[in-house]
Each structure stands twice: as structure tokens, then as C-alpha cells.
Design a binder for this molecule. Structure first.
Ligand code: 5AD
Ligand code: SF4
Length: 484
């Protein structure tokens, strides 16, 4: 694909780690074709917006960003404006892009990422073919226009009707293996272990945008992690919408064997050179005793779990189709504490799910105080078209949602601050990511329990696991000094 060689790209990513990793794959694919990363958006020949549809404000931010690309396209007709990700799996969004954003050149879905370089190639070919046609007879409609209109219309037609490339599959049976990725950090990497989701929580759009659950083969995952460690990676984060329901069919050996998620962790724990294993996200309904046991047995498995609770009220959990109760969730937390007393726990909480009463919300507050989360992502319930909860009639008024949200955040912050202060005077092993952007002379990294730590130091510490004495505990991070 000679047309791609030498082109500069810029990727704008919204949403979760899955999307971040997809963007790394897109970057890897483009680099293989001889492209390089642009210094910034304005410097790029190709801009890709990787979208998220989990909440409404992500939609809004996407359309805002898309608007900004119009000028860039007008200034440079050779420019390629590309959009992908979860939003493109929704018919009404794609229709809106087609109608209102004629300068978009390439639209691709979450199941078509590996085809992106071919799609770009197709775009460039269609453009040269179109330019060729223009030299001939010309178009009646265009000729009747004034010069100014002609330029604009020619440009719009070129991008909108004649050359746009679209590829969006609803789902895909087979997993595409062997895709490259341009990692954000040399020393740590995301590794997808499965794709899609079968759970259909009533508020969530993901099962509609990412398709059904599919697990990668264990041997493919193990090979990828071994290759990564050979390339300097010390920490992997295993990714999936619900890693606890991983079911990988192994074809190695005499007969087919099905691996569960814990089997995978135990096998990864044996890989020489790998030092830390993390994973996200865990659905509480599928968190097995065997996996809890892995926190006790596997030295490389970080003592940290992200365990989204969503609500502390069993009544609301049932309406959300979460398939566990408050009591079952608390029992899991107790089992985790028993297996690994130092474990840190984070969560996701939705405030203002339809029908949530003050009493339900207080159940959430009391659960938060009982678990004492180290950190939490809190969300205002947001209606997602096509999901069951969007049709529920008992929607919570916005001001009630906001007021509960603030009360929840206050409770969570107070707990985080108290827990982080308790680290003062302890020594934590920190994997340093690199220099802090805000604070020159400071580097930051993560403890085994995923606490963010800032310390004095320079780039030479990046990628190293170092002992750090904690000197300060803040709400969202710790501060410390390198122990000699
Ligand atoms: N409204 C608000 N939050 C949502 N999430 C998913 N869907 C919605 C929605 N419609 C949150 C859940 C999930 C996280 C990734 O996003 O808490 O765990
Ligand atoms: Fe969405 Fe529920 Fe699947 Fe998570 S488990 S992706 S919240 S449907």
C-alpha cells in the first residue's frame, strides 16, 4: 500500500481500556504500512476518532470533535477523516454522520479494525479515480455553479458521495489473531483475552456494540505474553468486558481442553520475566472461588481488583439484571479479604438508575462504607437508546441524580483519603511509568495495589520496579521518596 507510506496519523480515543488498546492496534497497523505518529492533530494526514457510546456525554464530545475536523479537511483535501469504535455500531449514529458530516472519509466498526489500512487504500484509489473523471466531461450540475460554489461542491462531493469507504459488521464469529500494536509504554501492555459481552445489564449499550462473548485461545494469549516479555514488558493487564467468564478452548495436546480465567492466571504466573498481572473487568456474578484462590497463590497477580458493584440495593441490582444481590457481593469482598488481606478494591457505581429511591441510594452509601473502596468511578445514569432501561418510565429527575452523585463522591473521597493516609511510613514497590507531565523532576508509577505514586526522580527510573517510602497520602494519589 504505497499510498500510505510516509503519511502521518493522529488518533483521538474516547472511552475504556478496550478502546485504548484498539487504538494501539490501529497505530500498529498503520506503522506496519510505513506511517508515523503525527506531532499533533493539525500535523496529521489521517485523523482517527475512536468513539465510545457508554454514556451520553461521550456522544456529545464525539460530535464536537468531529466538527473540528471540517476546517482541517477544507484546508487540505488530501486529508483523511476517519471514525470508528462503539458509536459506529449504532445505526442511528452512522446515519447522522452520513447526513450531517459529509467530510468524513472512512467509517469502520469495532469488528473491522484489521481492515482499516485496506479501507484507507481504497479511499486514496477512489480519490485518484474521481480526480481522473473530473478531467473529462465534467458534471452538469457543478458547471452551472459560481466558482466559489464549485470548489466547495466539488470538495464535498468528493468526500461525501463518491469516495467514502464504510465497513461495519454487526459481529464476527472468528477472532482475528496476530494484529500488531504500538504500545503506549515499553514496560507494560494490555492484552485482550476476550471480546464482547453476553450479560445485557439493562442500562448498558456494550452487548449491542461489541457483540457476543468470544474468548481467545489460551495458547495465543500465552504466546503473546511471552513475546511481550521478550520485548521488555513486565506488566500485563488482561482485558475483557467480563474476564471472569473467559472460556478458552485449547487445541494444544491430545484433546480439546477448556480453560477458565483462573487457569489462565495460573499459567501466566509461570512466565519468566513477567512480573505483574492485572485484569479488568470482573463481573461479580462470575467471580469464582478458584480465582479468589489465585490471589493467594499467584505471586505475580497484583493484589488489586476492579469489581463494579453498580448499586448497593438488591432491588436496583435486580432491575439492572446484574444477577447478584448486595449480600452476595459483600460475601465476595469478604472472601477476597480473607485470601489477600492487603487487596485494594475499586468499583463502578451508577447513580440515579430508573426507580432508584432515597432508600436504595442509602443502601449504596452504606455498602461503600462497608467495603471502603480504594477508588471508584461514579456515573450519572444516562439513557442509552436501544437498552431496556431507557424505556423505563420511572426515570430519576436530573437534580436528584446530581445531588445523590455529590453525596456519593464526598463519601468515597473521604474513604480514599483516609485509606491513602494509612500508607504513610510504609514501603511500596512501584513500577515507574515515566516523568510526570505536570511536575518536572517528578516521576509517577503504580504500586502493586494500583495506587498512583509521585516521587522525585528522572526518566532513568522508567520501567523499573523500585522501593518507595510513602510520605504523603492524598485523595487520588500517594507521594513518596525512593528508598536507597
Ligand atoms: N449510564 C451510566 N453509566 C453507565 N455505565 C454503563 N452504562 C451506563 C449508563 N447507561 C457505567 C457502568 C459500567 C461503566 C463502564 O460505565 O458503571 O461499569
Ligand atoms: Fe455492560 Fe453489563 Fe456487559 Fe459490563 S457486564 S459490558 S455493564 S452489559
Amino acid at each position: 500500500m504505497t499510498e500510505l507510506r510516509g503519511k502521518k496519523y493522529h488518533i483521538i480515543t474516547f472511552g475504556c481500556q478496550m478502546n485504548e488498546h484498539d487504538s494501539e492496534t490501529i497505530a500498529g497497523l498503520l506503522q506496519e504500512e510505513g506511517c508515523s505518529q503525527a506531532r499533533n492533530r493539525m500535523d496529521a494526514d489521517i485523523v482517527i476518532i475512536n468513539t465510545c457510546s457508554v454514556r451520553e456525554n461521550a456522544d456529545k464530545r464525539f460530535f464536537g470533535t468531529l466538527g473540528q475536523l471540517k476546517k482541517q479537511k477544507a484546508a487540505n483535501p488530501a486529508f483523511a477523516a476517519c471514525v470508528c469504535g462503539c458509536m459506529m455500531q449504532q445505526e442511528h449514529i452512522v446515519t447522522q454522520v452520513r447526513r450531517q458530516y459529509p467530510w468524513v472519509d472512512v467509517i469502520f466498526g469495532t469488528h473491522n479494525i484489521h481492515e482499516f489500512p485496506q479501507m484507507l487504500d481504497q479511499l486514496y484509489q477512489a480519490r485518484s479515480a474521481f480526480a481522473g473523471e473530473e478531467d473529462g466531461e465534467g458534471n452538469e450540475d457543478l458547471i452551472r455553479m459560481s466558482d466559489h460554489d464549485y470548489t466547495r461542491a466539488k470538495h464535498e462531493i468528493r468526500s461525501a458521495r463518491d469516495t467514502r469507504v464504510e465497513r461495519i459488521y454487526e459481529d464476527r464469529k472468528e477472532i482475528v489473531e496476530g494484529l500488531p500494536a504500538k504500545r503506549l509504554f515499553p514496560h507494560k501492555s494490555f492484552v485482550n483475552i476476550m471480546y464482547g459481552c453476553n450479560n445485557f445489564c439493562t442500562y448498558c449499550i456494550v452487548p449491542y456494540t461489541r457483540g457476543r462473548e468470544k474468548s481467545r485461545r489460551p495458547e495465543d494469549i500465552l504466546r503473546e505474553v511471552k513475546d511481550l516479555t521478550a520485548d521488555g514488558v513486565r506488566e500485563v493487564t488482561l482485558l475483557g468486558q467480563n474476564v471472569n467468564s473467559y472460556k478458552g478452548v485449547s487445541l494444544a495436546g491430545e484433546e480439546e481442553k477448556v480453560w477458565d480465567f483462573a487457569d489462565l492466571i495460573y499459567a501466566l504466573d509461570e512466565i519468566p520475566g513477567l512480573e505483574r498481572i492485572r485484569f479488568m473487568t470482573s463481573h461479580p456474578k462470575d467471580l469464582s472461588e478458584k480465582l479468589i484462590g489465585a490471589f493467594r497463590d499467584c505471586g505475580k497477580l497484583c493484589r488489586y481488583i476492579h469489581l463494579p458493584v453498580q448499586s448497593g440495593s438488591s432491588r436496583i441490582l435486580a432491575k439492572m439484571n446484574r444477577r447478584y444481590t448486595r449480600e452476595q457481593y459483600l460475601d465476595l469482598v469478604k472472601a477476597l479479604w480473607q485470601a489477600a488481606p492487603e487487596i485494594t478494591i475499586s468499583t463502578d457505581i451508577i447513580v440515579g438508575f430508573p426507580g432508584e429511591t432515597e432508600e436504595d441510594f442509602e443502601d449504596t452509601l452504606s455498602l461503600v462504607r462497608e467495603v471502603e473502596y480504594d477508588s471508584a468511578f461514579t456515573f450519572l445514569y444516562s439513557k442509552r437508546k436501544g437498552t431496556p432501561a431507557a424505556e423505563y418510565e420511572d426515570q430519576v429527575p436530573e437534580e436528584v441524580k446530581h445531588q445523590r452523585f455529590n453525596r456519593l463522591v464526598d463519601a468515597l473521597n473521604e474513604i480514599s483519603l483516609r485509606k491513602n493516609a494509612a500508607y504513610i511510613g510504609t514501603t511500596q514497590m512501584v513500577l515507574v511509568d515515566g516523568a510526570s507531565k505536570k511536575d518536572p523532576g517528578t516521576v509517577s508509577g503504580r504500586t502493586d495495589g494500583f495506587k498512583l505514586v509521585d516521587l522525585e526522580g528522572d526518566e532513568s527510573l522508567a520501567g523499573k520496579i523500585v522501593p518507595v517510602e510513602i510520605t504523603e497520602g492524598r485523595t487520588f494519589s500517594l507521594r513518596g521518596r525512593l528508598k536507597k
